[in-house]
Design a binder for this molecule. Sequence first.
Ligand code: GDP
Length: 444
Amino acid sequence: AMFDGLSRSLEKAWDSVRKDGKLTVENIKGPLRDIRRALLEADVSLPVVRRFVARVEDEALGERVVKGVSPDQKLVKVVYEELKALMGGQQAELVQPKYGPSVILMAGLQGTGKTTAAGKLALYLKKRGMKVLLVATDVYRPAAIDQLVTLGSKIDVPVFELGNKVAPPEIARQGLEKAKKEEFDAVIVDTAGRLQIDEKLMEELRETKRVVNPTDTLLVVDAMTGQEAAGLVKSFNDAVDITGAVLTKMDGDSRGGAALSIKEVSGRPIKFVGTGEKMEALEPFFPDRMASRILGMGDVVSLVEKAEEAVNADEAAELAKRMMTAKFDFNDFLKQYKMVSGMGNLSSLVKMLPGMNKIQEKQIQEVERRYAQYESMINSMTKAEREQPELLAKSPSRRRRVAQGSGRSEEQVSELVAMFASMRAQMQTMSRMMALSGGAQGMA
Ligand code: GDP
């Protein structure tokens, strides 16, 4: 999948400094070379790669030393921060209109997925409670209008169209008029696409913009085209001033160069990514999540940060270590639950661990809600039972004794034992993943 190659090559970079005491001008040379090669292989353009690597070097050598964080982790963190910044830092949301409907122009070359993206965005906004109108102005590509009408009926969003004999800016104007009259919240205009950039395309887009005064003009580009996509965003932005990009076909096996380069090359952010052919396959673009995905590490970085902020950094480090080595027992559960809840919301913390994003929210909330119950049951266990939870799993008579001792039902004890077993199993999976990804097991 996308970024796999990149993640793998970056791992080499961490490995080479793992055993050193700190990052130095000397020992960082190798990793920087690996990072450079990894980005070039992901199809990021050379000037972007050069600037990126220079920033990483500056930060890695300059940053303060954080207690308990090894050189490889520090490098991971620096690269993470720089990747995030490279992609724009913050999520770029759609522009909110001061009054009247949001008006979003979808621009792009033919075949990039523009019409599909228009439909996806309509569904996305509709799901957020907005009344959406699609406007079909792609009069050049045969069947583009029919395609939009079909998509519209599939997602139950009305499509305004005047066939392909009326000029695109005029269709857009009438579409907007209808939207205002009928109090739509958002109008998405599928603008005319062409096979390549030419002055006529740009002129028509400028004219449509002038007529409808959009809140957003989004250029749809295909992730498979790599750094070319970034160049395209720049050309469109220079010519007609856009507000952002929609990067489609992220589900394909593109190498990631587009996602990494668009902001830096064009100055405009990616606002959404398309991840499939289905109408639901559209997601807002989050630079931070993308960066941690590229690093193949869940969101351990935030976890390290939280641990650093925690009152007792040593204890936090010990918790992380036990969770990651799957030695977690009922004693840890009690002792560390308190500490973790002091660090912030438990479910948000657990989700930062690689492999734990699959853990069910319900299950975590259950732990939070029933903590007092759990505590009383654990207090009624023998030392051996606390250290070896499987003793209880195997013995109904032990569970009965714990139930009596804590004033809980046997059923509740069984629930605790089952919940704990599944938590432990998930931690084991996670620790295996950590061993594979290698990046953070030395975190403690
Ligand atoms: P347009 O000419 O730019 O309007 O392109 P279309 O919207 O017709 O899309 C071209 C092709 O790309 C269609 O077969 C779409 O199903 C497909 N497509 C669009 N977006 C995505 C995506 O995010 N992932 C995948 N796998 N295919 C997509």
